[in-house]
Design a protein around this ligand. Structure first.
Ligand code: PLP
Length: 377
């Protein structure tokens, strides 16, 4: 029997019916990825040699000129930002005076501001905002062009299809690239949660981004503390020079050989997976759930939702309760054995996202929701 660290610690194992939320551990690595990481842990290697070999493989797998592994997408935002500043100033980031970094600017849409942009704010450069987080007056290409100055180190684009949590109010991705490219400014894309579709691994850079950032711990099912940067050779050379193991800001985002290898193993599996089959599986799960629960009794109803919270092309179910408020249902789910974690959907519903659920867990979630539907409050 292998060791059960969570029961030793008295930490409850939960079923994640919400999706790839970091607060419950994001996604689950495959056994093959865990094995690759364990294999990496057993020997010493020269880290920079391991990095270049893995980067080459990742570039080929993701159909990009170059790739780089970080400790997460947020760390990747920080490292790419430092790299953009270094590129703009024409010297390594670690050799820059703070005043020089402070003179640099990042252009972002106000609609794209979010808690992950601390990764950019901490670099000391100025965030120049364009537009509004609504559609009363959408920004124009001219406005973006005017926001770009001789101090602009990069334009950051938070890529999320409509239906995700980002408000409207930004110029489209292609227009953004067109304006920035004409001014010779790199566009860096935060697409942390924009897998699926798998094509995003290469499409965004094909469409002109200098670099694109993905979380390794979300749908890629790599190590939770891993991130992937893919993109143009020149920009990525600055990223590699700025990131771990170089001293400087990159040193704070130390990578173990386990994460480096784990992300490679996960990406290898991800690009060779049958994504159409998986989408069918998710469809069948959500539709099957509607049937199972509507047969229960009149206390619960199921709505089909598409796309999901991150705007990914995957369905999820919104389960509405006649007799209960969402908080009650969430509490009862967490009180069960095993506890089930998910999010509220308005006042009287909860979401069930099939992406992080195994078949056996899916069955348990459906049964629990049926039971709770019949309970008195
Ligand atoms: C999840 C997420 C991140 C952070 O990714 P980590 O890999 O957890 O660091 C950054 N940006 C967006 C838009 C995200 O959804």
């Amino acid at each position: 029997m292998s060791r059960d660290v969570y029961s030793e610690l008295g930490v409850k194992k939960i079923i994640n019916a919400a999706g790839t939320y970091t607060m419950v551990g994001g996604s689950r690595m495959s056994e093959a990825t865990i094995e690759a990481m364990a294999s990496a842990a057993r020997s010493h290697v020269v880290i920079s040699e391991l990095q270049s070999k893995v980067q080459e493989r990742l570039a080929v797998l993701t159909r990009n000129e170059a790739a780089y592994v970080t400790t997460g997408a947020a760390a990747a935002l920080h490292i790419t930002g430092a790299a953009a500043i270094a590129m703009h100033c024409g010297r390594p980031h670690a050799s820059l005076a703070p005043e020089a970094a402070a003179k640099c600017e990042f252009v972002v849409y106000r609609a794209h501001r979010n808690p992950y942009d601390w990764a950019l704010r901490l670099l000391g450069a100025k965030l120049v905002e364009v537009g509004f987080p609504n559609t009363i007056q959408s920004p124009t290409k001219r406005e973006l062009d005017l926001a770009i100055t001789d101090s602009t180190a990069a334009v950051y684009y938070f890529f999320m299809p409509r239906g995700g949590w980002m408000p409207d109010g930004a110029l489209g991705f292609d227009d953004t690239v067109e304006v920035a490219s004409a001014r010779g400014v790199p566009v860096v894309v935060d697409a942390a949660a924009q897998l699926p579709p798998v094509e995003n691994l290469w499409r965004l850079t094909e469409r002109g981004a200098s670099a694109c950032v993905f979380s390794g711990g979300k749908d890629l099912r790599g190590p939770q503390a891993s991130g992937l940067v893919v993109g143009r050779r020149e920009f990525l050379a600055h990223v590699a020079e700025t990131g771990f193991p170089t001293y400087g800001v990159g040193r704070m985002f130390k990578l173990g050989r386990e994460e480096i290898v784990g992300l490679w193993a996960a990406v290898e599996q991800y690009v060779s997976m049958d994504h159409a089959k998986r989408a069918e599986w998710a469809e069948a799960r959500v539709r099957g759930m509607a049937e199972a629960l509507s047969a229960a009794d009149g206390n619960v109803s199921v709505e089909y939702c598409y796309p999901n919270e991150a705007g990914q092309p995957m369905p999820r179910a919104l389960v509405r309760f006649k007799k209960h408020r969402a908080e009650f249902v969430l509490r009862r789910l967490m009180e069960g054995e095993p506890p089930i974690f998910t999010n509220a959907a308005g006042e009287d519903g909860v979401f069930v996202n099939p992406m992080t659920l195994r078949d056996d867990e899916f069955g348990m979630v459906v049964r629990r929701l049926c039971e709770i539907g019949g309970e008195g409050e």
